[in-house]
Design a protein around this ligand. Structure first.
Ligand code: GLV
Ligand code: MN
Ligand code: MN
Length: 418
């Protein structure tokens, strides 16, 4: 099998491990996630890597540096999670997330874990002047807790004690979910990464149409645009559908529907503004009951943080203009984040044979959480039809081959910061 076919095969085997048979759906710390951990652990151990799960449920494998460096105290499995050890070896972090949106495609996130594993195989035992650590982030999409980036926030120490009390639809908190998975207790603000981790590279499908429209296989990300995530609950009054005259009603779904239409029309003057209601829940959700309460999600993105925040305020005001009380909950926004210029330049040089396109990312990535703390670069692969967050998401073996070749050159030209 070619290395690109090995990547595709690994993605296919991961895709088969799902919470909902017949779809690709894997949420934070679900049974399917544990199965993916077993599969990836076996893969990485077969390459001589030391594998563990950190206290945020991120699966992490270390491919050690060349011997003279490794002997300076590289036994991560026996060190505490803070990993601030002065003896740690310079470490390059490679990875992405293994959770998915509901009914996902096989490559969003997963490709960024499969490519590094095959890269290590391609090194055929050759060691570098740094450790390579592969990380499969436990949570990026924000599906289970309506709160994204749990794995990467924990990695850099920005997950707060209050975040750990966020609950899923069953009322299980993040802290409880971590405990139920059998993990060591998580100290919210303590980073789970050694200070000797000098760079992070995330490989990801573009998830949009730009590279395909330019007929280019690869992109180098310059920045990741900011996002706001909120939920809004419209409070009406449940009542009988057959006895309550229309003028007497406090219909929460009717108010939410008017708001959703406003969200659709709001960005028309600004082509950079993206506003989405992607989820709606009505209570009690029965045909003969006037909806008493409705919760909708709101996702707002813009390359300019000021423009995004202004739009969020305007949309909140619109939500409150429908005559019903509205409760608004913050679900974890992020500012726009630049990638590291020097590391991105190195990546661009490594990809030079493929004329990579430098571009901003409209999708959020773990890289946007890591970048303020660790120099970070991102490599994009062309996404056929720009189709992602969709079961027919795809990527070609040829483009994977270009990404592997680029990453190999990147590894061979990277100089660890001493
Ligand atoms: C991640 O997929 C995002 O929502 O951008
Ligand atoms: Mn995604
Ligand atoms: Mn992703």
């Amino acid at each position: 099998m070619t290395p690109a076919d090995q990547v595709l095969s690994l993605c296919a085997r991961i895709a088969a491990l799902t919470d909902i048979p017949g779809t690709i759906t894997r949420t934070f710390l679900s049974p399917a996630t544990r199965a993916v951990h077993s599969l990836l652990t076996a893969e990485m151990q077969s390459l001589g890597m030391t594998v563990r799960t950190d206290s945020a449920g991120n699966l992490r494998g270390i491919y050690p540096a060349q011997d003279d460096l490794s002997s300076r105290g590289n036994n991560l499995s026996s060190r505490s999670e803070a990993e601030g050890s002065a003896f740690a070896v310079p470490t390059l972090l490679l990875g992405s997330h293994i959770d998915t949106v509901p009914d996902s495609g096989p490559y969003d996130g997963v490709l960024g874990v499969a490519i590094p594993i095959v890269l290590i195989r391609m090194l055929a035992g050759k060691k570098l002047p740094c450790n390579i650590e592969i990380i499969a982030f436990s949570e990026e999409e924000g599906v289970r807790f309506k709160f994204p980036f749990i794995g990467s926030r924990a990695l850099v120490g920005t997950l707060t004690r209050a975040d750990l009390t966020r609950t899923d639809y069953l009322g299980i908190s993040i802290a409880q979910a971590l405990e139920d998975f059998g993990l060591n207790p998580l100290s919210p603000s303590a980073p789970l990464v050694t200070s000797r981790t000098f760079a992070y590279l995330e490989v990801h499908i573009e998830q949009g149409p730009v590279l395909e429209s330019l007929a280019l296989p690869l992109g180098v990300v310059t920045s990741i645009i900011g996002q706001s995530r909120l939920s809004l609950t419209f409070h009406g009054e449940a009542n009988h559908a057959g006895t309550t005259p229309m003028s007497f009603r406090k219909d929460a779904l009717a108010a939410a529907a008017r708001f959703i239409a406003e969200v659709q029309s709001y960005p028309q003057d600004d082509p950079h503004l993206l506003a989405t209601v992607g989820s709606i829940t009505a209570f009690p959700n029965a045909a003969n009951v006037i909806p008493g309460a409705v919760t909708v999600s709101l996702d707002v993105r813009h390359p300019s943080d000021a423009a995004r925040l202004e739009a969020v305020e305007a949309l909140k005001t619109l939500a409150q203009s429908h005559g019903l009380p509205v409760t608004i909950t913050d679900r974890g926004g992020q500012s726009s984040v630049p990638m590291d210029p020097a590391l991105s330049a190195l990546l661009t040089t490594a990809a030079a044979p493929y004329a990579p396109h430098c571009m901003a990312s409209g999708a959020g990535h773990d890289a946007m959480i890591v970048a303020p703390y660790i120099p970070t670069a991102m490599l994009f692969l062309r996404t056929p039809r720009g189709l992602s967050h969709h079961p027919q998401e795809s990527v070609s073996a040829e483009d994977i081959q270009t990404a592997l070749a680029t990453c190999l050159r990147f590894l061979n030209t990277l100089h660890p910061t001493p």
